[in-house]
Ligand binder design. Structure first.
Ligand code: ADP
Length: 532
């Protein structure tokens, strides 16, 4: 197919020259058409039937540049070559700017120049079309990419927003976590009167805190990672570990543990992980020393109260018995005395007066015992030692007791060793010896002698009270100093079972001791040992 060329030129000569040129070009088939005025030219161009347009610059009322400009603007794809006058270089420039692909200077181009320009222009516009095509494709691609990009940006923005939200949420969660961690730490640190601990399966401290830690002279860092066996050793450590093992098996245990002079209650509980496996246990050690002390005091007070109650009831029982006999004796003796009118009855009178005296003494002793016991219990009796001549004290007591004794009974005072004064509470010592001596008389109904023997040794003084009376059955001797104790062989002899208990308490106050030795039906020996 030939190359269709449209020449737009108002000069027919130019058409003829151009036609000749084109006809002359070997091996090329050019079809040249010609229009001479603007309107026609535009019509032809619109049809886009030509491969190239040769446009003359001078075209009557319009110029060639205008045609080129308008056509290019309308999107005509075939190339335009402007034909200009000689030396019109400025027009050439404008031609290229208007959209012409090439220009030829009329009268100075050869048929080869024309052929080359046509070829070049067609080639150029072909390339241009391709480029345009590519450009369109590219633009489309760019547009697609731009949309894709916009979508991606949108997604990114969304993701970014999401991430921001997540970061915000995480920050809030972190702050909440920090706050709760601080709270837990503060709770643990200020945990009063004890410690909070977490231990692992190796029985090592994973967490330790609490006010008590300082009291024990520890710091958290001293214990973290340490084994419980390094804190509690020996049997105590073994016991604690055996208890903790049970807690790792799921038990909740509370048990007491002593630490120096402190008492702790260990509250333990398993700490199951998310998979319910128990790899840690919680130990809250509570200092219960004060509570234990208070409990102990309450227990003691309770025991004391119970004892007092018992004392009261025993007193009532005993008093009703012990007071009745002497009182009825006194009553009968006094009414008998009232019946003796004449002189001859004097010995009988004396006998009854003696009986009254004995029973009054007995009642007096009974009351004294109770009063003493009450005063000891209340802590009203104090040890007030002075330098005392105890030989003299013993002589006075001997005389007093002798009066209470029967005629057949004699109290013999013996003194051995270097006599000296000793530093002792005289009244308390007197009470002790009176009690022992009156017992010696009371429990020697056969009227055998009673010995009161003082022995001054180098660093102590011994006072022995010995009788040859009924003695104390061996199996009962264990309870001798207990309150209300009375041996089985005393059923017919009056007594309260308080005397020896009082003796023991007085000697505790004085700082003395008492020993005894007794054989049933042979007699008893009581030895008071006083420190010098
Ligand atoms: P009481 O003499 O009022 O019964 P005590 O406390 O003085 O109370 O004595 C307790 C008990 O010890 C007496 O009941 C008696 O069984 C025994 N006992 C004390 N002294 C003697 C003694 N010298 N000989 C035999 N038994 C004694």
């Amino acid at each position: 197919m030939g190359i269709k060329v449209l020449l737009i030129d108002d000069d027919e000569d130019d058409f003829l020259i151009t036609r000749d040129f084109l006809d002359d070009i070997p091996n090329k088939d050019y079809i040249l058409e010609w229009v001479s005025e603007y309107k026609n030219a535009m019509l032809q161009i619109q049809k886009e039937n030509h491969d190239v347009y040769l446009v003359d610059y001078h075209l009557g009322e319009k110029d060639g540049l205008q045609i080129i400009q308008e056509s290019v603007a309308k999107g005509v794809s075939s190339p335009f070559i402007l034909l200009t006058g000689q030396g019109d270089s400025e027009t050439d420039d404008r031609a290229l700017k208007a959209g012409a692909v090439d220009y030829l200077v009329k009268g100075s181009f050869s048929k080869y120049d024309l052929e080359r320009s046509i070829r070049y222009s067609i080639e150029h516009s072909k390339n241009l079309r391709q480029i345009q095509h590519l450009n369109v494709a590219l633009e489309k691609r760019v547009e697609e990419r731009t949309i894709e990009l916009a979508n991606t940006v949108k997604k990114l923005e969304y993701t970014n927003q999401n991430l921001k939200d997540q970061v915000r949420v995480r920050k809030i969660a972190e702050a909440a976590l920090r706050e709760s961690q601080n709270l837990y730490r503060s709770i643990a640190k200020n945990f009063p009167n004890g410690t909070i601990n977490v231990l692992n399966r190796e029985m090592e401290f994973v967490f330790v805190d609490g006010r008590e830690l300082l009291e024990l002279g520890f710091e958290t860092r001293d214990l973290i990672g340490k084994k419980i066996s390094s804190v509690f050793t020996g049997e105590k450590g073994d016991y604690i570990i055996s208890q903790f093992k049970k807690v790792f098996e799921g038990q909740v245990l509370n048990f007491d543990v002593g630490w120096d002079d402190r008492q702790y209650e260990f509250h333990t509980s398993p700490l199951p992980g998310p998979d319910d496996e128990i790899n840690q246990i919680l130990l809250v050690a509570e200092n219960i020393t004060e509570r234990k002390k208070a409990e102990e005091e309450i227990r003691k007070a309770l025991a004391k109260e119970r004892e007092l109650n018992e004392l009261k009831s025993r007193f009532v029982t005993m008093a009703s018995h012990e007071f009745k006999t002497p009182l009825s004796t006194i009553l009968s003796s006094s009414s008998l005395i009232a019946r003796y009118h004449d002189e001859t009855a004097q010995p009988k009178r004396v006998k009854h007066v003696e009986r009254i005296k004995t029973n009054v003494n007995h009642l007096n002793r009974l009351l004294n015992d109770f009063l003493s016991l009450g005063r000891i219990e209340e802590g009203k009796i104090h040890n007030t030692p002075v330098w005392t001549n105890i030989v003299e004290v013993c002589e006075v007591i001997k005389d007093e007791i002798q009066q209470m004794a029967t005629k057949e009974q004699e109290i013999k005072l013996q003194v051995e060793g270097d006599k000296r004064e000793i530093f002792v509470d005289e009244q308390l010592l007197k009470n002790v010896l009176m009690n022992l001596l009156s017992n010696a008389i009371k429990y020697s109904p056969n009227g055998k002698d009673v010995i009161l023997k003082l022995t001054f040794e180098s660093k102590q003084v011994k006072i022995l009270v010995q009788d040859h009376g009924i003695g104390i059955p061996e199996i009962e001797q264990l309870h001798l100093f207990e309150r209300f104790f009375r041996a089985k062989n005393t059923t017919n002899i009056q007594g309260t079972g308080l005397g020896l208990n009082i003796v023991k308490k007085y000697l505790d106050l004085i700082g003395g001791e008492i020993e005894f030795d007794s054989k049933l039906n042979e007699g008893s020996k009581f030895t008071v040992i006083l420190p010098d």
